[in-house]
Design a protein around this ligand. Structure first.
Ligand code: PEP
Ligand code: MG
Length: 583
């Protein structure tokens, strides 16, 4: 029966497909299709790993000391029984042979199916066996990791493969990923993947997971509370990324309606595409700089394609995530920054120093949320960097070296204190001195600070004394001004970009920079929100940095705007009790 689930609209568009439930702890399991000739080998891979785990547990059981508690022996029995479970075995085979999922994907999918049945059991003892099943599956997965897949992941060509498979009608694709939670690093795993839409139970509009979904141009709804419990594996789901709604098991009439909306969206995108080569000029001739936000060096391809005139924010932390503490060294970072610089073909690139912490953990297992009460107020961004000078110096040297290959701006996140600014400056000097001493070439960089803490927005003179330019991070500025966790769906309704206090801080920052002739841009999500473009233009902003997918819609607003006429109106908006009602 059709039902809908409401969440937060975080990435626009309509996606229609079958649900794939993925536990976040298994999000880094490879997901790809194998072709028909590889099905048998893939089944064999699961079988071999299952046999190896069975041998492992049998050996453990044999070697149990005679005084070991009875519970332990019983537990191993349960594990052996689960390994032989017919439902697990035949289900996994089915996902591989009928759907052509790779072995790991098939195993985790079948786990999700059985785990759900355990959840629904009346008997508490049986319900608790889910944890055993999870351990068994983890063991098999671990074993499979050691057994190289004879099959190459087909993520690049997966769409074509899906189409081929659709043609022979053996599979129901496209696929929609449904999960309780996704870390930004997990999302990155899916960047090249075959999912056409995402839905998660938790998350806010500007949580980093949502930002990555937007950067992938994939419709997404987050904060959908119990979506991962209500939606079953393989259910048909519509993601309405404009309204923030998931429609499960839609009737044919609803399907037709959303199919129509999907085509409308495509037409709108085609219409916007005609603006690709139009210069971003307002009606009164003001030239507006439209820059791209990127997460990885390869994203520069999309940035150039979308007509960005540079990168306004390279979130370098994505190079650091999901590496189990094994951080990228100077050479690896240098090559990545250089790749981004070369990718932009002479256009400027603003590299932000690492912003790890809060909802961007280094990796899932060190999730800050698990160890700190208020991670957003804790050791993140520049605080994290200053707490580990050797790590920070490594990054600074890599950025300075990369700057020899093009125009680079170095941007520092989350500064609030004069002492932090001075410490940062002295470390930059130190990094230059080290390179000088070693005779390693490096290039000049302009230095910029993010204005994303109210304390920074209220002490602009201090910032302008030290920095060449400022970049307003509205995502955090809203979070810290309004005391609303940007990743918490429970307070998402209070996360208000149009709150007069937020707009006042944004307006003052732009005005002060303009008055002093210093560069200023907005690189938070506000810059890519076309409904805010006129207001920001009226406040004097001439540089916007956003995900490439948002550039054309913002450009359309710019082409229709008369910046000089918007000045008075903008002041009225920010002075109003309810600015949103005037936009
Ligand atoms: C911001 O806070 O607005 C910003 C651009 O930085 P991030 O979203 O990466 O925290
Ligand atoms: Mg920020």
């Amino acid at each position: 029966m059709t039902f809908s689930i409401h969440g937060l609209a975080v990435s626009r568009g309509i996606a229609i497909g079958r649900a794939v439930l993925v536990a976040s702890s298994r999000a880094d399991v490879a997901h790809y299709f194998v072709d028909a000739s590889q099905v048998e080998a893939e089944i064999q891979r699961v079988r071999a790993s299952r046999n190896a785990v069975t041998d492992e547990i049998t050996r453990l059981q044999r070697e149990l000391p005679s005084d070991a508690p009875n519970e332990l022996a019983a537990l191993l029995d349960v594990h052996l029984m689960l390994l032989q479970d017919e439902q697990l075995i035949s289900g996994v085979k089915g996902w591989i042979s009928e759907r052509h999922y790779n072995a790991e994907w098939a195993l985790t999918t079948q786990y999700e199916m059985i785990a759900r049945q355990f959840d629904e059991m009346e008997d508490e003892y049986l319900r608790e066996r889910k944890a055993d099943l999870e351990q068994v599956v983890e063991r098999i997965l671990r074993h499979m990791k050691g057994v190289a897949s004879p099959v190459q992941p087909q993520s690049q060509s997966s769409r074509k493969l899906q189409q081929d498979l659709l043609l022979d009608d053996t599979m129901d694709v496209p696929l929609i990923l449904v999960a309780h939670d996704m870390s930004p690093a997990d999302m990155l795993q899916f960047k090249q993947s075959l999912f056409v839409g995402f839905a998660t139970d938790v998350g806010g509009r500007t949580s980093h997971t949502a930002i990555v979904a937007r950067s992938m141009h994939i419709p997404a709804v987050v904060g959908a509370r119990s979506a991962s419990q209500l939606i079953k594996q393989d259910d048909w789901v519509i993601i309405d990324g404009d309204a923030g709604v998931l429609i499960v098991d839609p009737s044919p009439i609803i399907l037709a309606e959303y199919g129509f909306k999907q085509r409308q969206g495509e037409l709108e995108r085609e219409r916007l595409n005609r603006l690709l080569h139009t210069p971003a000029l307002t009606l009164d001739g003001q030239k507006i700089e439209l820059l791209a936000n990127i997460e990885m060096p390869e994203d520069t391809t999309g940035a150039v394609k979308a007509g960005a005139v540079g990168v306004g924010l390279f979130r370098s932390e994505f190079l650091f995530m999901g590496r189990i503490g094994n951080l990228p060294d100077e050479q690896e970072q240098y090559l990545a920054y250089r790749q981004a610089i070369e990718g932009m073909q002479g256009l400027p690139v603003t590299i932000r120093t690492v912003d790890i912490g809060a909802d961007k953990p280094l990796d899932r297992h060190t999730k800050a949320q698990e160890t700190h009460l208020n991670p957003a107020l804790g050791l993140r961004a520049i605080r994290w960097s200053l707490a580990d000078p050797p790590m920070f110096l490594t990054q600074l040297r890599a950025i300075l070296r990369a700057a020899a290959h093009g125009q680079v701006n170095l941007l520092v996140p989350m500064l609030a204190h004069a002492a932090e600014i001075r410490q940062t400056m002295s470390l930059i000097d130190h990094a230059r001195a080290t390179l000088d001493n070693k005779g390693v070439p490096y290039g000049p960089v302009k230095l910029g600070a993010m204005i994303e803490i109210p304390a920074a927005a209220l002490t602009l003179k201090l910032f302008l004394k030290y920095f060449d330019f400022l970049s307003i991070g509205t995502n955090d500025l809203i979070q810290y001004t309004l005391a609303i966790d940007r990743a918490d769906e429970a307070v998402a309704h209070l996360y208000d970009p149009c709150h007069p206090a937020v707009l006042r801080l944004v307006a003052d920052t732009i005005a002060e920079c303009n008055a002093q002739g210093k560069g200023v841009s907005v690189c938070g999500e506000m810059a890519g929100d076309a409904s805010m473009t006129r207001l920001l233009l009226g406040l004097g902003l001439r540089s916007f940095s956003m995900h490439p997918s948002q550039i054309l819609a913002v450009k359309q607003e710019i082409l229709r705007a008369d910046a000089s006429k918007l000045k008075v109106w903008s002041q009225r908006v920010i002075d109003s009790e309810d600015p949103a009602s005037l936009l």
